[in-house]
Design a protein around this ligand. Structure first.
Ligand SMILES: [Mg+2]
Length: 490
């Protein structure tokens, strides 16, 4: 079966090639296509219980809801709710479900649909239009709720690109969808794809598309019209899989990619076989030999392992330089390493453009960062700031004061973990304050692409992406080693 996201990528590229100067637009329906209506249904029904002191829906989960939002009577009958009650519940549901309050509180998007939208929004000369059967009275609530959900993906919907049903509720929606295509065409766009969960809408769009260039994508979620009436060219899909949509060669060229934890032969070999420019190595001093080595964990918490071959810093740096790579030194032992690192950088006459230092503020402190910045003012000097992220949101002035102090030490790149809540918001704030941001702890290809879509300055990842034939091992830290062994044992 064809993968709809892969087909969409092909189609977009061929349209781009055929019409290099046109403004291209992909249209998305909202309900059942962007918004998973099951959460709204669940929310409204559980609100009924709360209001009336009943318990009909206490154990209902969104995955139990297999009826379209217009067919809730069937769900109620399936749940064996007494007939008199059913009528009351249905009345409540119909009265509440489209109130602005519900739209703002209970709407949730399907996973990664907003990432797909973001992908098209960041393509040159390309936009995303919303074409919905909701009536105009819901214009403000619709735009506000979608923009709130979209913030986490750095997506923004502009009012001009939201087309609503010009008639009343549920009135001739397929006709309105066709009018929507004309609306976008009149704005000067060449519409290249339409995503909708109703086959009847796709049929209407197909009918007015004289050039047959609009790819019809059926979101195979919950829908009312019959699948049989869909035009033959429709491609169905259930998941917005961005790993099918985005190819390696399409990654935005200005983002710096860093391969995490090149601390052993195997990972070094994998890294050198890739196109990634930056190698991150974890630098520490071997307490037994006094050598400067690369290793993620310290020897106190993780004693030398049976099969462990320790690489010295010099060995790794030699190999990386032979292959013309850039080096990110993660100074795990903090200040005590500065003298040695600076000597090594001198010895190899490394260019500032090709070096990057990372350490925690409590390890290097002001003195350490200043010493590095003084010798290498054009190198990247980075510290993680996860401990500050709640403050960036709650006390921005204070947080900015602290970050400005770090900047005065020479720190010019701030690093936040992929697991940080409200990443997009924090990223936007830090950029507005003039800081460059790295995202680290990015676990797999899907998260990596989501991070790419946020467009930070740089991304640090294990590059364990089998789909792209990347087999990064990670830094070899103990926790992972343990998991790795667990998986291998019978
Ligand atoms: Mg729909």
């Amino acid at each position: 079966m064809k993968n709809w996201m892969k087909e969409l990528a092909y189609h977009y590229h061929s349209m781009r090639k055929n019409y290099p100067n046109d403004k291209l637009l992909i249209m998305f329906d909202i309900d059942g296509t962007i918004i998973d209506m099951r959460y709204m249904i669940l929310y409204v029904l559980q609100a009924y219980d709360r209001k009336h002191g009943t318990h009909y829906f206490t154990h209902l989960k969104h995955t139990d809801i297999r009826f379209h939002e217009n067919k809730i009577d069937r769900l109620l009958s399936r749940l064996n709710i007494p007939l008199v009650e059913r009528k009351k519940i249905l009345e409540w549901y119909l009265q509440k479900r489209w109130t602005p309050n519900i739209i703002l509180k209970a709407h949730r998007p399907y996973p990664n649909v907003l990432a797909v939208i973001r992908w098209f929004q960041i393509q040159p000369n390309t936009d995303v239009g919303l074409n919905t059967g909701r009536p105009k009275a819901l214009f403000d609530a619709t735009l506000q709720s979608l923009n709130e959900l979209a913030e986490e993906y750095r997506v923004h919907f502009n009012p001009e690109l939201l087309y609503m049903n010009q008639s009343d509720w549920e009135f001739n929606i397929p006709y309105s969808k066709a009018q929507g295509v004309k609306y976008f065409q009149d704005l000067g766009y060449r519409v290249f794809a339409a995503v909708d969960n109703e086959p009847a809408n796709l049929k209407a769009i197909h009918k007015i598309d004289t050039t047959k260039e609009i790819m019809l994508l059926h979101a195979d979620t919950l829908f009312e019209s019959s699948r049989k009436i869909a035009p033959k060219t429709v491609i169905s899909g259930k998941n917005y899989d961005i790993t099918e949509l985005i190819k390696e060669k399409e990654l935005p060229p200005h983002i710096q990619f860093v391969w995490h934890g090149i601390n052993d032969e195997a990972n070094l070999r994998q890294f050198l076989a890739s196109n990634i420019q930056w190698a991150e190595i974890d630098v520490r001093r071997d307490p037994f030999t006094e050598d400067i080595i690369v290793r993620h964990d310290d020897f106190y918490h993780t004693p030398l392992q049976d099969d462990e071959d320790i690489l010295t810093l010099e060995e790794v740096v030699n190999t990386l330089l032979e292959h013309n790579r850039s080096i990110k030194f993660d100074l795990k032992d903090g200040k005590v390493l500065i003298k040695d690192i600076l000597e090594l950088v001198d010895q190899y006459s490394l260019d500032d453009q090709k070096i990057w230092f990372n350490s925690n503020v409590e390890l290097l402190e002001e003195e350490g960062f200043k010493a590095l910045a003084e010798k290498h003012p054009h190198a990247i000097l980075q510290c993680p700031i996860d401990f500050l992220t709640p403050l960036i949101i709650s006390m921005p002035k204070k947080a900015k004061e602290i970050l400005d102090t770090f900047a005065s030490w020479g720190i010019n790149r701030l690093s936040i973990s992929w697991k940080t809540p409200y990443k997009a918001k924090i990223l936007t704030t830090l950029e507005q304050w003039g800081f460059q941001v790295n995202i680290y702890n990015v676990p797999n290809l899907e998260a990596f692409l989501q991070a790419v879509l946020l467009k930070p300055q740089s991304i640090t990842s294990d590059f364990n992406f089998p789909k792209w034939h990347y087999y990064g091992r990670g830094s070899g830290q103990n926790k992972k080693k343990y998991l790795y062994q667990m998986k291998l044992s019978p």
